[in-house]
Design a protein around this ligand. Structure first.
Ligand code: SF4
Length: 150
C-alpha cells in the first residue's frame, strides 16, 4: 500500500511540475525548454545526492521509480547524510517550488492547481509514505524516531 501512495504522490508532484512548465511555455518556448532541462537536472541532483545513499533504494523505495533511477549512478556508500547534502536537497526542492511562482502568478488557474497538487503530494508523503519508510538515515524517518523514543 505504501508504494501505491508513493507512486501516486510522485505522480501528483510530476503533474504540478507539468503545470509549472506549461505556464512557462505559454510565456516562451525557450523558457519552457529551459525549465524542462532545469527540472531534469535538479531532479537528478536530488536523486544522486540523497537517494543513492539510501539503504532501501533497491528493495523498498516507496516512490518505486526513484529507487530504480538511483541505479544509473555509480555506487555510493550508504550512511548518514551530511549538512551539505541536506542543504543541496532543500535548495533543490525549494527551487522547484519557488522558481515557477513568477510565471504561475500570470495564470491563476495554473497557480491554484499547482499548489493543490503540491499540498496533496506533501500530505500523501507525510501521512502514508514516510511512516512506512525504512531509510533509517533520513531525517524524516518516522520509524527511526519511534525506535529512538522507546
Ligand atoms: S526511500 Fe526515499 S530516500 Fe530512499 S530511494 Fe526512495 S525516495 Fe530516495
Amino acid at each position: 500500500m505504501t508504494k501505491v501512495h508513493g507512486v501516486f504522490s510522485l505522480f501528483l508532484l510530476s503533474l504540478s511540475q507539468a503545470l509549472a512548465m506549461t505556464a512557462m511555455f505559454l510565456e516562451s518556448v525557450y523558457l519552457g525548454l529551459g525549465y524542462a532541462i532545469f527540472l531534469m537536472a535538479t531532479s537528478l541532483t536530488i536523486v544522486y545526492t540523497y537517494c543513492t545513499k539510501c539503504p532501501v533504494r533497491t528493495t523498498s523505495c516507496g516512490h518505486v521509480f526513484v529507487g530504480k533511477i538511483t541505479q544509473i549512478f555509480p555506487e555510493r556508500k550508504e550512511g548518514p547524510y551530511s549538512q551539505f547534502e541536506y542543504t543541496i536537497v532543500v535548495i533543490a526542492l525549494l527551487s522547484l517550488i519557488m522558481i515557477p511562482q513568477y510565471w504561475l502568478w500570470n495564470n491563476r488557474g495554473l497557480l491554484i492547481a499547482f499548489w493543490i497538487l503540491v499540498i496533496l503530494a506533501g500530505a500523501e508523503i507525510n501521512r502514508f509514505v514516510c511512516p512506512q519508510c525504512d531509510n533509517s538515515q533520513c531525517i524524516a524517518c518516522k520509524k527511526q524516531k519511534a525506535i529512538k523514543k522507546n
